[in-house]
Design a binder for this molecule. Structure first.
Ligand code: MN
Length: 426
């Protein structure tokens, strides 16, 4: 990527294909895997610096080299510290869909997950549910690797947006500083390019017509209704459902019309759907209410899950966004020890929270770690609506590096969006 580097790891070619990467086909519906350090560094000779193929046609070899180069570099180079939805409807009887939750810059765990689930290929789709960067020290490598997979197999790899794919979050939780540290005088340019990518990421996906996935979850209706009292043009007022006491669930049509190209989703005004989709959380209390803990987005109850599933003939909602630290403060909802929770079970289906960063967060101020597992979900034909959970432990040891943010100060502040800071930073 920059500069010339010493020779890479020893050559030990071991070509990987879909077939050799397949997980155990006899896996039960819930498995736990204890990873050793992945063997990616021995996959092939590493070519560093990396260069974009002259004709822009990526190959499996190029991706393998990218994986090996990132893995090797993270362990051997000195650490620098200074729907809008995607409709995934071409699944067939041979397809599997792997859904992945928050990964937060934990590159080695992502490399393990890709090997354990098997690489994306003709018969294996991937839907990543956002929060690729921040907190962990390898957000840039993680995001670039996933982007490379997206470019290589655009119809098989789907990268949805998380709330951390924003200007505000990346300026507080480390990703901006990470990019500036890793790219030096080109850092600002690279960071701006990353923000441009974030703005373009889709907000949600519908898998095989049955499964809705989004980082935070459900969202409000923002349909504009003319006030009954005002018929004259002069006094014509609009009242938003969102600003009255009547918060109503939004429709997939409204989601598809929402303007997603915002550096930071607004928490007020007309364009509220992106903020809801990226920041909302489920609760056991009925109804829709403002998510006052976070300062943006909504809380929705089991009745809303049922309404949404039923109205759009869905069976499953898979969302992410809450790790073990967040779940400690959510009475009534399950803990994140296994990397997933089943939050709502209603007549039409289920709501699941999926979190794929094991032993999260990478940097913690206390010795008392959550030691949570991460998980990914595999959906299989014919209906793709019965989740098969795969839990996994963190890859150890992690390379020892310093954080790119002051984690002792902001460790809990993901709970509250600092609106004042957001105003000044945009
Ligand atoms: Mn999140």
């Amino acid at each position: 990527m920059s500069g010339s580097l010493p020779s890479g790891p020893p050559s030990d070619p071991k070509p990987a294909t879909c077939a050799t990467n397949s997980p155990d086909e006899t896996a039960t519906t819930s498995t736990t895997t204890t990873p050793s350090t992945p063997e990616v560094s021995s996959l092939s000779p590493v070519q560093i610096p990396l260069s974009w193929p002259p004709d822009s046609s990526l190959t499996l070899d190029w991706i393998q080299n990218l994986i090996a180069a990132f893995d090797w570099s993270s362990k051997n180079l000195p650490h620098l510290n200074s729907l809008q939805s995607s409709l995934i409807d071409d699944c067939n009887e041979n397809s599997k869909v792997v859904v992945v939750g928050d990964v937060h810059g934990q590159l080695h765990d992502v490399l393990f997950l890709l090997q354990d689930a098997g690489f994306p290929c003709e018969d294996r789709f991937f839907v990543f549910n956002g929060d690729y960067v921040d907190r962990g020290a390898w957000g840039l490598e993680t995001f670039l690797l996933l982007l490379a997979w997206k470019v290589f197999l655009p119809q098989r790899v789907y990268l949805l947006r998380g709330n951390h794919e924003s200007k505000y979050c990346t300026s507080v939780y480390g990703f901006e500083k990470e990019v500036l540290a890793k790219y030096g005088d080109k850092g600002k340019h690279v960071y701006r390019k990353c923000l441009g990518c974030f703005e373009g990421l889709p907000l949600a996906s519908i898998i095989a017509g049955h499964v809705y996935t989004a980082h935070g979850g459900l969202f409000r209706s923002v349909s504009i209704t003319p006030s009954k009292r005002t018929k004259g043009k002069k006094n014509r007022r609009i009242s938003l459902n969102s600003e009255t006491k009547l918060l109503c669930l939004g429709s997939l049509e409204e989601l598809s019309k929402a303007r997603r190209s915002v550096l930071d989703p607004p928490w007020e005004g007309l364009n509220l759907i992106p903020g809801d989709v990226l920041w909302s959380d489920p609760t056991m209390k009925s109804g829709l209410s403002p998510n006052t803990e976070r300062g943006i987005g909504l809380l929705w109850g089991p009745d809303c899950t049922e309404d949404f599933l039923k109205k759009f003939q869905l069976k499953l909602i898979i969302r992410s966004h809450e790790g073990p630290d967040a779940r400690e403060k959510r009475p009534g909802l399950g803990g994140m020890d296994e990397g997933y929770t089943i939050d709502h079970v209603v007549p039409s289906g289920k709501l699941i929270t999926l979190f794929s960063a094991p032993d999260y967060p990478q940097f913690q101020a206390t010795e008392d770690r959550h030691k949570n597992k991460g998980a990914y979900i595999v959906l299989k034909p014919p209906r793709f609506d019965v989740p098969e959970f795969h839990s996994f432990e963190a890859v150890t040891p992690r390379p020892v590096v310093k954080a790119y943010y002051d984690y002792e100060d902001v460790i809990d502040s993901d709970e509250e969006l600092d609106l004042a800071s957001m105003v000044t930073s945009t």
